[in-house]
Design a binder for this molecule. Structure first.
Ligand SMILES: Cc1cc2nc3c(=O)[nH]c(=O)nc-3n(C[C@H](O)[C@H](O)[C@H](O)COP(=O)(O)O)c2cc1C
Length: 327
């Protein structure tokens, strides 16, 4: 028997394939299809801080001048309705599937998330993924200022929360190993998702305009999360989920060999549909059988920085060796 079960954030997943947060996990119907495709878990589409703020501003513009007395009421109502829709979706998803459901908050500040997180837990989410979307582009802010946001959000969101929490990290962090270790030591986070993939700008040279680069990832993008999963697994006492650039079973197996507890997939499922998740899972099973592995623990982390034979593969020295013969 080939056992694909894995533990992630204290949850038992029947296999390591998690559908990452995106439009495909934005309704009970689509999540049901993904569950039927046998995925291990889903991260629901995020509730965005800006979404709530935008709704708020819209409503406030309409009501602020005409009905000043209604200001506080509308403000509260708008927040509640954005959150209520999200909570209803969690309830529906939980009713119609039996796979672990991870809710997602996309924050850029630490304001007001404590109450929302508790309501998400009450609605039945099995865990909460927090996506702190930071681009450290302000020259007046130090890395300490940016890192503090992670700790502040974590403090707020986990205050009184019982479900496990993961942080979806940005790769734009100055001392990632140090930051992840210190976040882990707070004891408030159970896992890290490496990494979030941001909107990517491009430039159209004919129209001389800023445009958007592809929304979907390319398989070559796996190398950045793969490096960091390999470096951090065995170093931090938290689960790691590989995310960005996993398009097939080979990519998923690489993440597991690097030390991931689970693997998130998004772009590949937009392209190949829910059925592609089934294929990825089947591909992992076939590879395990071929290599006589009966469980993920038999090979997980085998090529991580800690357990691998060639630690220099993750370090600068290897660049020198690699490029030495190229003139
Ligand atoms: C259409 C689309 C919608 C997304 N929506 C969210 C979201 O709501 N919250 C979030 O944290 N990430 C979101 N993401 C990012 C994905 O969860 C994931 O981190 C990213 O696509 C990289 O994984 P991939 O290479 O498997 O696509 C979205 C991605 C796509 C393509």
């Amino acid at each position: 028997m080939t056992d694909l079960t894995t533990k992630y954030l204290g949850l038992v997943l029947k296999n390591p394939i998690i559908v990452g947060s995106c439009g495909l996990t934005g309704s009970a119907k689509t999540v049901r299809e993904l569950a039927e495709a046998q995925v291990g878990a889903v991260v629901l589409k995020s509730l965005y801080e800006e979404q709530i703020e935008a709704e708020l501003k819209h409503n406030m513009n309409e009501y602020q001048t005409d009905y000043p007395d209604a200001y506080d009421y509308i403000k509260q109502y708008t927040r509640d309705s954005a959150v209520s829709e999200y909570l209803e979706m969690i309830g529906e998803v939980k009713k119609s599937t039996d796979i672990p459901v991870i809710a997602s908050l996309n924050c850029v500040s630490s304001a007001e998330w404590t109450a929302f997180a508790k309501r998400i837990e009450k609605a039945g989410a099995d865990a909460l993924e927090i996506n702190i979307s930071l681009l450290p582009s302000d020259p007046r802010k130090s890395c300490h200022d940016y890192e503090k946001i992670y700790f502040d959000v974590l403090d707020k969101v986990t205050d009184g929360l019982s479900i496990p929490v993961s942080l979806k990290m940005s790769s734009y962090s100055s001392s990632l190993a140090n930051l992840v270790s210190r976040l882990c030591w707070t004891g408030k986070v159970n896992g890290f998702v490496l990494f979030n993939r941001y909107y990517r700008p491009d430039i159209d040279i004919n129209r001389m305009e800023l445009t958007s680069a592809g929304v979907f990832s390319d398989p070559v993008e796996i190398s950045t999360p793969l490096r960091w999963i390999a470096l951090l697994s065995g170093m931090v006492d938290c689960d790691l989920a590989g995310s960005t650039g996993v398009h097939d079973s080979e990519g998923a197996i690489k993440m597991l060999l690097a030390g991931a507890s689970a693997v998130q997939v998004v772009s590949a499922l937009y392209k190949g549909g829910a059925r592609h998740a089934t294929e990825i899972i089947a591909g992992i099973r076939t590879w395990m059988e071929k290599n006589s592995f009966s469980s993920l623990d038999e090979f997980r982390g085998r090529l991580s920085y800690k357990l691998g034979d060639d630690q220099s593969a993750f370090e600068r020295i290897q660049f020198m060796k690699h490029y030495a013969g190229i003139s």
